[in-house]
Design a binder for this molecule. Sequence first.
Ligand SMILES: Cc1ncc(COP(=O)(O)O)c(C=O)c1O
Length: 394
Amino acid sequence: MKLAERMSRIGVESAFDVLVKARALEAQGRSVVHLEIGEPDFPTPAHIVEAAKAALDGGWTHYGPTQGLPELREAIAAYVSRTRDIKVGPEHVSVVPGGKPIIFFPMLALLEPGDEVIYPNPGFPIYESMINFLGAKPVPMPLEEERGFSFDLDLFRDRLSDRTKMVILNSPQNPTGGVIPHDDIRALAEMLRERDVVVLSDEIYARISYGSEPPTSITSFPGMLEKTIILDGFSKTYAMTGWRMGYGVMPTWIVDAVNKLMVNSNSCTASFTQRAGIAALTGPQNCVDQMVAEFRKRRDAICGGLNQVPGFRCAVPGGAFYAFANVKGTGMSSSELADLLLYEGGVSCLNGGAFGEYGDGYIRFSYANSLANLEEAVTRIQKLAHRWTSVAVR
Ligand SMILES: Cc1ncc(COP(=O)(O)O)c(C=O)c1O
């Protein structure tokens, strides 16, 4: 018996693989600083946990509506309308177990073999995995370090074709921390407005940004809400990765399709976690502000430290909690270097090439770890630098 042919085309997420390797080293007694996994290290805020406990005690332990609890969808619609300066209602919201299903379900519902999908590269690996899985055609959009890891609009225009069915945007971005500038989003909206395309706007890091203005959502430009799926969720904003709760905001004809896929796979998202989601969105938000202020300190510390390492160059990112260091100056491949850092240095990080071909030569450091551990990581990397300074041509 063989697996279906399409299984040869589905990818994985290397962060989880590297975490397993790092844990195996720890089991042998080695010390590892974890900068691989993309999740806030803060606990979920207490008032959210309390709301979940109260929901369990209150009997929210049964199936709920496939699309999500109406009160939560109301809260999400109000929150998304406020934060993106748009007007959406609960009928536009699908609540699902995590942000990822808002990649999986809409792509499954929309893409036919041969459809072209433009997506950021380096980018969240699940985009490319799903494009390939569905037999659609991946059209990578290189991100450019010198543009703060945004992309060249002329190149983007060249990549648009009559077969382009979907465009994926992700800002703030994983793995680079880049934020697409407001004017570039406006230009993208102008290029896409008249086209028959769907935009998947992955805004899961929308609240984790360090600029004076929040990142721009393409939905805030005329004509774009009607063709855009916003992906957001609770994982990153409220440190709730293990709760598995996210949502999409999209035109109702896509909501209907997502409902069908949900009823065939999950039935619904867990009811008591959705009650906690209401508390997250409607309760105090200073927990998010405090977390972001802490991330900013860590960002400055790790970027400052990495920029002192011979052969490393690290742009200061505008959002998310990733530093994407250019390591071409070491003369080593980023894959060899990531292995060296893990196995000899005890610093677990990700080869940028795991996020797509244009990520080669970079390493992603997730700075969702304490300042002390970030400093320790930089010290360990510095101690290994003799391994490449003796051979590097810089
Ligand atoms: C860009 C991006 N989109 C979506 C997700 C998925 O989030 P969740 O854990 O809520 O499924 C992640 C998680 O790492 C991400 O980095």
